[in-house]
Design a protein around this ligand. Structure first.
Ligand SMILES: Cc1cc2nc3c(=O)[nH]c(=O)nc-3n(C[C@H](O)[C@H](O)[C@H](O)COP(=O)(O)OP(=O)(O)OC[C@H]3O[C@@H](n4cnc5c(N)ncnc54)[C@H](O)[C@@H]3O)c2cc1C
Length: 448
């Protein structure tokens, strides 16, 4: 089963994975000299403010992703960029330490964006939504965009027949048949469970509910409080795995990922932590200048995200746990398009050409990621040990161990290196030996 001249591709979901798939597919077709049609179905309108137009994420674009975009000639317009980021700041209850790009003199290239058109309370034009920009890019290359949800998917018994989609609401319902359907619907959509019911073996990723809150400190206050830094908090909380303050021009995005589903109560517990209170801008709790949502984030990868003429990519398929999901959307879109155009669109083609390599690249690394995050949970509860290590870093800024720890922490917060690299770097015998005195001292002090 191959994509031939006149082939129709339908993409369910115009988030990053969907737009990237359209990008690669239209470039492939051009290279091969075949005419194809690509239709993206998207239920949101990214030009709208608030939840209706937003794909709910922290909106940090990693350096690796920005480089990949520019290799593809996808130039991020300055209107999309809310803030250029210089570094990270790791804040513990007692100490904090700046983290910086480990290989000077290179300056890091990380930016923050809004996935939609900004918080619902923003009463002025915040610039351009990142997802809107990508969708327009796909449209410029020749994709058709239909701003309606796909409601049903019919997989034919005979794989030679096309897949049928129904889209639109109520009276406006219409059908669309496609040689290839790409599921790029993320993990915050009922479509996950619809596909699960179709019986070809798809099991969606497990997810946990996170929390995002946008507030409006203004650019001046943001600069004074955080500079151009993303603040990452390790407050030793039982519930929170990861918490960050992400400056975005006039706005600040507060992002919380919990060990279990986050809810309003946990958000309030976090915000009322004495250390966090000191870090928050004045008037942060003005309900008129607050936009809160609870999106789900994947914890593992899907099972069997493919069948004949159908492939599931991005968060709904496989992504790197907790890190740079947009980068994973790019990678899975690239692998799936390569498979569709170079091998074919059968179940076997997607298994061999897409999912096996994706599992090698992302799934295997997530195993190391799991170990690192578990170790981090255990270590961060040993507050004395962590504080002493951070104290060591601030007192010996030029030592080899500090540089090594900075690299491990930088790569952990930015996702710049694979989890496997981070795992082995953090277990370097010289580092463990150098940290032994500080570790023993803090353990003895704790038992005093
Ligand atoms: C709290 C949090 C913080 C995050 N922070 C970052 C970050 O800083 N950087 C980063 O790189 N990643 C981050 N991520 C991850 C990132 O958001 C995802 O990995 C990425 O958006 C996945 O892209 P996607 O295209 O697969 O899915 P999505 O972005 O979820 O896009 C899916 C699209 O499909 C549409 N859709 C769904 N069902 C249908 C349907 N039936 N019909 C039509 N349209 C449909 C949706 O409206 C949506 O637009 C974060 C995630 C969370 C939860």
């Amino acid at each position: 089963m191959h994509l031939k001249n006149g082939a129709k591709i339908a993409i369910i979901g115009g988030g990053p994975a969907g737009s990237f798939f359209a990008h690669f597919a239209l470039l492939y077709a051009k290279q091969l000299g075949i005419k194809i049609s690509v239709t993206i179905f998207e239920k949101r309108n990214f030009a709208k403010k608030g939840a209706k137009g937003c794909n709910m994420s922290a909106g940090v674009l990693s350096e690796a992703l920005i480089n990949k975009l520019s290799e593809q000639n996808i130039r991020l317009p300055s209107a999309c960029i809310q803030q250029e980021i210089d570094g990270y700041f790791l804040q513990l209850p007692e100490y904090g330490i700046p983290l910086h790009y480990p290989y000077p003199p290179h300056k890091t290239n990380i930016v923050t964006v809004f996935r939609g058109s900004g918080p619902k309370f923003a009463n002025y034009d915040i610039g351009k939504s990142f997802d809107h920009f990508l969708l327009e890019h796909a449209q410029d290359l020749g994709a058709d965009i239909i701003l309606h949800p796909v409601t049903t998917i019919q997989i034919p018994k005979d794989p030679k027949d096309l897949i049928k989609l129904t889209y639109g609401e109520e009276a406006l319902k219409a059908e669309h048949a496609a040689d290839l359907v790409v599921g790029a619907f993320g993990v915050n959509s009922d479509t996950l469970y619809e596909l699960n019911k179709l019986g070809f073996g798809y099991v969606p990723p497990k997810t946990v509910q996170s929390c995002i809150m946008d507030i409006y400190p203004t650019r001046t206050v943001n600069n004074a409080l955080y500079g151009k830094n993303i603040y990452v908090f390790s407050v030793g909380s039982k519930f929170i795995k990861f918490a960050a303050f992400i400056p975005k021009g006039d706005f600040l995005t507060i992002c919380l990922v919990g060990k279990r589903d986050m809810d309003k109560a946990q958000l309030h517990t976090f915000l009322n932590h004495p250390k966090i209170q000191k870090m928050l801008p004045k008037d942060w709790d003005d309900p008129k200048k607050r936009c809160v949502c609870f999106p789900r984030i994947p914890l593992n990868h899907a099972r069997h995200p493919y069948t004949n003429r159908l492939v599931i990519i991005g968060d709904a398929g496989i992504s790197r746990t907790y890190k740079n999901g947009i980068d994973s959307a790019f990678t899975t879109a690239q692998l799936a398009t390569k498979t569709a155009f170079e091998r074919g669109v059968s179940e076997k083609d997607f298994e061999e050409g897409y999912f096996k390599p994706a599992k090698m690249l992302l799934g295997r690394d997530n195993v190391y990621g799991g170990i690192i995050l578990m170790a981090n949970d255990i270590i961060s509860r040993q507050k004395h040990v962590v504080s002493n290590h951070i104290k060591y870093m601030s007192e010996h800024p030029d030592s080899w161990s500090t540089r090594q720890m900075n690299e491990v922490l930088w790569n952990t917060v930015t996702g710049n290196a694979t989890y496997k690299d981070i795992f082995f770097k953090s277990l370097h015998p010289r580092l463990l030996l150098n940290l032994l005195p500080a570790t023993l001292f803090s353990l003895i002090r704790k038992n005093d």
